[in-house]
Ligand binder design. Structure first.
Ligand code: EPU
Length: 419
């Protein structure tokens, strides 16, 4: 288990560019399964989730080259084979192969996907959608199989607005005859990125960015080139780190249109910042940060992924911050770590907690359990007095490329020890 060693107390300073979005890159790579022609995807983050996803495609017969954030992939020789647990358990995103493999081969079998320990991660919405398109589902305690003679376009109303569920059903619908309508679809920027890439591949999709998607049958999809959009979660991570450390950091290469909810929250917290085309500049505070009410939602509301990042910033705010994250029931783990560092936290139930600030955090030793919790405690360690050790650095590698070196470029005292 690798670890980060940190000494806190330094205000971050400088400029930092955000990478391509993990949650866009994964469905885009999955979508390449829909064609036997080569595809090129640019601005792909070089993170463990992407490498592990490519390893799964390699197992199925894909050939690819991934260098300098540029991926060239050919699925010409792809085969549908049962996906073993040791591959799919590495990332939740592996579930994204169900839709395109079903569309291309009419059958797919995999172990249940793994991923972050942030709560139950059911896939009933995905499976119910496949069933509506005519597929038969087989489930055992550890495996799921989806099989169909012929996918037939249908109207699907999602029982829960699921991001990867929407992505999977859009991709499956491209193998269906006629028209498919997906209602209560997720509208996240990564879902939009996927739809735009599919259009480049020759798909007909209407309603992009709205909860009503209409997908028309097309005869054959072709190879295409696409550039992954910026990672909004990474943008918020750097903003939170800069603000929590009372630093002065310009976060570059962001898509401000995707960031209304976090920008509104920074304002309510009285963080001193300004925005300009494609950037957010966090400035040293002019007034104390203010405690607020944080409620997560689906895009364009505040994403659950931002919650642990604003949660750590709340330890530096005056007064009470209440957090209500209804999406996952396991997203409070980082608060226990913050508590161990000296934060005053009141847990109300699995979804709600209160933080009373400002708190003087003390360095400590922490084992982190998910990507965003990892980033959150790492920010806490940057603010804390003294030294911290964050174990399980690999989990942060799943979503952030070269995180420690990029933070070091902003003046953070952080080392990585590999083991
Ligand atoms: N849900 C169901 N049934 C389903 C699917 C989801 O009840 O079949 C529920 C979930 O339990 C949850 C809610 O629906 O309460 C939303 O889950 P969703 O399916 O949207 O999450 P996901 O698609 O598994 C993606 C991101 C997550 C991000 C969530 C929410 C990817 C690869 N992952 O997960 O990203 O937290 O959407 O925005 O896109 C991360 O990047 O660290 C991360 C965890």
């Amino acid at each position: 288990m690798s670890k980060f060693l940190l000494r806190g107390g330094r205000a971050l300073e400088g400029r930092i560019a955000v990478q391509g979005s993990k949650n866009s890159a994964l469905p885009l790579i999955a979508a390449t399964v829909l064609t036997d022609q080569a595809c090129e995807i640019r601005n792909v983050p070089d993170i463990a989730d992407v490498r592990n996803f490519l390893e799964i495609l390699g197992f199925l017969g894909a050939s690819w080259e991934f260098r300098n954030h540029h991926l060239r992939i050919s699925n010409e020789n792809l085969q549908s084979k049962p996906l073993p647990v040791h591959l799919v358990s590495k990332l939740r995103g592996s579930v994204l192969l169900l839709g395109p493999l079903l569309a291309r081969f009419g059958e797919v079998q995999m172990s249940y996907p793994g991923g972050d320990a942030i709560g139950q991660r059911p896939i009933d919405v995905h499976l119910e959608g496949f069933r509506r398109l005519g597929a038969e589902i087989g489930e055992s305690s550890d495996q799921v199989s989806v099989k169909v003679g012929k996918l037939i376009g249908e109207k699907i109303i999602l029982s829960v607005t699921s991001v990867t569920g929407t992505e999977n059903l859009v991709m499956a619908a491209l193998g269906a005859s006629g028209q498919t309508e997906i209602r209560l679809a997720a509208t996240e920027p990564h879902v939009q990125d996927l739809c735009r890439f599919l259009i480049e591949m020759g798909a007909e999709i209407r309603g992009i960015g709205s909860p009503n998607l209409v997908i028309e049958k097309v005869s054959k999809l072709k190879g295409a080139t696409y550039t992954v959009g910026p990672d909004d979660i990474e943008a918020v991570t750097f903003c939170a780190a800069a603000a929590a450390s009372c630093g002065h950091v310009t976060v570059e290469g962001v898509e401000l249109n995707n960031l209304d909810a976090p920008i509104a929250l920074l304002e309510r917290m009285k963080v001193n910042f300004r925005t300009d085309k494609g950037q957010i500049e966090i400035l040293p505070p002019r007034v104390p940060y203010a405690g607020v009410r944080i409620v997560t939602g689906v895009f364009p509301q505040l994403l659950t992924d931002y919650q642990p990042l604003f949660g750590v910033l709340a330890t530096q705010c005056q007064g009470e911050t209440s957090i209500h994250d209804w999406i996952f029931e396991g997203r409070q783990g980082y608060l226990h770590a913050l508590e161990a560092m000296g934060a005053r936290v009141k847990f109300e139930d699995a979804h709600r907690a209160k933080i009373y600030g400002p708190c003087e955090l003390q360095g400590t030793e922490i084992v982190t359990a998910d990507i965003r919790a990892g980033a959150s405690v790492l920010i806490a360690a940057l603010v804390a007095k003294g030294e911290s050790v964050i174990y399980n650095a690999e989990i942060i590698d799943r979503g952030y490329e070269n995180f420690h070196e990029r933070l070091r470029s902003l003046g953070a005292e952080i080392e990585r020890v590999n083991s």
